[in-house]
Structure formats: structure tokens, C-alpha cells
Design a protein around this ligand. Structure first.
Ligand code: CTP
Length: 377
């Protein structure tokens, strides 16, 4: 990619028939006119794996109530449904038309035909539908196949980013994921997009989607290049690139919530995290004391900012435990209270710094610290 000439809509029927969910899809299509829509169709055409399936139906979702594993959900005014059975998940929504009461606001919706449903969508490559019954010929009224072949993102109409400016962020996500370019007219419209009309919540959600991408930094670089998000920190993409690189390998891969760490790396790090990143602890106990209060995702951001010693914390120091417990100190005559914590902490520091080993030495240090015989550092 970008683009591929191997995209072949004639193969769609066979591809759909070999989906794990084909039985369930058929049982939906027996009851109402039903279409695979949006990302699924795009991904099948691109030969990519498809996970969750989106189905649009013309008609009432209640017609599907008798299907095993089907449940109805009320989404604002609309009935939507979900069929969940074995490993199969299908989201079913009634085909709808949208109108935008104000730029950036959530749309008003009404039931509509599949053609109108496709016409409300963001990009031509997402505005195709594959009928699960009837002639099973791809519906592609906006020439999405052509744009997939050319590797281009194209909006369906000039008002698209005015209706929904978050589409500018979606464009960055798709452009980065597929290596696609913006069609020139779309680029002009996108650069004029105004995200200030959109609630922070919705922007946050889009950034969350970007964080879940394989290469979120690539999407952020596009957003910065296009100038559509003035509030985006100019260093965000570099921080995110480093976070995703580190999150892919031990010791961070098994520990950190990658999506959360990337989201944290998009915004300017907290002053305390910058301070942590600049710290140069000389001993394991000191590093552990600095790192302990923080969530792994915050720590990974500090690591990405340069605190290499945090690798040791992630791989070793955080696993160090004591053989003694608070009860052992109580049994030795220490009164319940802060002295116990002080004692345990001193013993842990001793272990971390390899100054002591074994239960006996732990207890000796802990009791001395609890009795105030060791000065605290
Ligand atoms: N959509 C849209 N405008 C938006 C959000 C979504 O037109 N602001 C449409 C697109 O047609 C999209 C579909 O709704 O294909 C489903 O949206 P979503 O689940 O977010 O995206 P997918 O296409 O499934 O893509 P992916 O999950 O792979 O990012």
C-alpha cells in the first residue's frame, strides 16, 4: 500500500461465506433486509482480518428477537441489537439518516434506507455495504472501491468536517493505519476543520481510538502536520513513539496498559512525572521509593522521557518482597502503628540494596528501625 489493484469486489461473496459468523448473518438476513457495512466491508476488500461485524438492517430490530444470543439495546431513540454467540459478535443497527443541528453536535437520526445510511458516513472507503440477501452485489454509491485502489481518503460532501470535525482525527487514524493519502479536495476541507465545536469527551474518545492503533505516533504526526488540533503538544508524537516502542517488549509489555500509557503520553506529562524522569536514584531502594506511588502507565511515560533506571524497577525491584510481615514485629514487642511500617520499609530497603538477606537479618533491621535505632534517610 498505499492502495492496491488487487481489490476485487467479485470475491466478496465467497469471503463473506467463509466468515465464522456466516450462519448468524444468514439467520438475520432471513428475517430483514440486512447488509454488512462500514469497516467490515472495507477490511474484507483490503484482505485484512475482520473482528466485530457491523450489520445495518432496513426494518425493525425486533424482528430478530427470536434469534439465539440476540439482545436489544436502546441507543438514544434507536433500537440496536447485538448477537453474541460462541466467538461471534455482530452489532445490528437500523439503517438511519442523520442531520446535524449544529456543527460538532451529535446528529439527529431517523430511520432510512441503506442508501441514505451510506450517504451519512465519513469517507467513501467506509461508505459501502454488502447485502446479505438478494443479489449480493456490493453497494458502492460513492466509489469507495476506486478510492481503496488509489489509497485515498475522500469525504462524501463538502460539509462533512463541519458536521463532524472528529472525522479529521479519524482521517489521521485511517491514513496512518493504511498508509493512505488525503484526496486533495478532502485535504483542503480537513485543514479548515474546527475541533473547538466538539466536546472534550468526544475528542478524548477519538484519541483513545488512536492510542489503540499499531502506530499511534504516525496518526499524531499527521494531525500535527494538518494543523487541525492546535492544543496538541508538539512533542506528543515523539513521546508516543517511544512509549509504543517500549510497551512492545519486556519488562513493560506484560505489565503496562499500553492504551492508557499512550493516552498519557499524548498530553503534556504532569510536572511530577517530569521530575521522576529527571531523577537519578543511586540505589534500588531510592528508585523504588520514587516509583512506587505511580501507575505503570505513568512510569512508562517517565521512562520514555529518559528514566532508564525504571526498566530495573519494572523488571526487578517491584518484585522484591520480604520474608517477614508486620505480625512478626508485633510479636517481637513493637506497638501497632507507624513504627511497624517504618521497620518493614527499612528491611525492604536493605533487601533491595543487597545489604541483607534472609529472615533473621530482615527482622534485625526492621526491629532496629521500628525502635528508632537506625536514622531514617
Ligand atoms: N462513521 C462515520 N462518522 C463518524 C464515525 C463513524 O461516518 N464520526 C461511520 C463510518 O462509516 C464507519 C462506521 O460508522 O465505518 C463505524 O464506525 P467505527 O466503528 O468507528 O469504525 P470502523 O469503520 O468499524 O473502523 P475501525 O473500527 O476499523 O476503526
Amino acid at each position: 500500500m498505499p492502495g492496491s489493484s488487487e481489490i476485487d469486489p467479485a470475491r466478496l461473496g465467497a469471503q463473506v461465506d467463509s466468515l465464522a459468523a456466516i450462519e448468524q448473518l444468514r439467520s438475520i438476513a432471513e428475517r430483514v433486509p440486512a447488509f454488512l457495512v462500514g469497516g467490515v466491508v472495507r477490511d474484507l476488500l483490503l484482505g485484512r482480518d475482520v473482528a466485530d461485524l457491523d450489520v445495518a438492517i432496513e426494518g425493525d430490530a425486533e424482528a430478530l428477537m427470536d434469534l439465539a444470543g440476540f439482545s436489544l439495546e436502546r441507543d438514544a431513540l434507536f433500537l440496536t441489537g447485538r448477537l453474541e454467540r460462541d466467538d461471534v459478535k455482530i452489532d445490528v443497527a437500523q439503517a438511519r439518516a442523520e442531520s446535524y443541528p449544529a456543527p460538532g453536535a451529535l446528529p439527529e437520526v431517523r430511520p432510512a434506507s441503506i442508501d441514505e445510511d451510506l450517504a451519512r458516513r465519513d469517507f467513501t472507503i467506509n461508505a459501502m455495504a454488502f447485502p446479505l440477501g438478494g443479489d449480493r452485489q456490493l453497494l458502492d454509491p460513492h466509489a469507495g472501491v476506486e478510492d481503496l485502489r488509489a489509497g485515498e481518503l475522500r469525504v462524501l460532501h463538502d460539509g462533512s468536517f463541519v458536521d463532524d470535525p472528529t472525522r479529521a482525527l479519524r482521517a489521521a487514524r485511517y491514513a496512518a493505519r493504511f498508509g493512505f493519502e488525503l484526496e486533495p479536495g478532502t485535504e483542503r476541507l480537513l485543514r479548515a476543520a474546527d475541533l473547538s465545536t466538539v466536546s472534550e469527551d468526544r475528542i478524548d474518545k477519538e484519541l483513545g481510538h488512536i492510542a489503540a492503533e499499531r502506530d499511534p505516533a504516525a496518526a499524531l504526526r499527521l494531525i500535527a502536520d494538518w494543523g487541525v488540533m492546535p492544543s496538541l503538544d508538539p512533542n506528543a508524537a515523539d513521546r508516543v513513539a517511544e512509549v509504543t516502542r517500549l510497551a512492545a517488549a519486556p519488562p513493560w509489555s506484560a505489565w503496562v496498559d499500553r492504551g492508557l500509557a499512550v493516552k498519557l503520553a499524548i498530553v503534556r506529562p504532569l510536572p511530577q512525572i517530569r521530575e521522576l524522569a529527571g531523577a537519578t536514584p543511586e540505589r534500588a531502594s531510592e528508585g523504588t521509593r520514587l516509583a512506587q506511588p505511580w501507575d505503570p502507565a505513568q512510569l512508562l511515560v517517565a521512562r520514555a522521557l529518559g528514566a532508564e533506571w525504571l526498566d530495573r524497577y519494572a523488571s526487578e525491584w517491584r518484585h522484591v518482597t520480604l520474608e517477614i510481615r508486620g505480625d512478626d514485629l508485633l510479636a517481637a514487642g513493637i506497638t501497632q502503628g507507624p513504627a511497624v511500617g517504618r521497620g518493614l520499609e527499612a528491611a525492604l530497603s536493605g533487601r533491595l540494596d543487597h545489604e541483607i538477606s534472609g529472615r533473621e537479618e530482615e527482622l534485625r533491621i526492621a526491629l532496629a528501625a521500628a525502635r528508632g535505632e537506625i536514622p531514617e534517610d
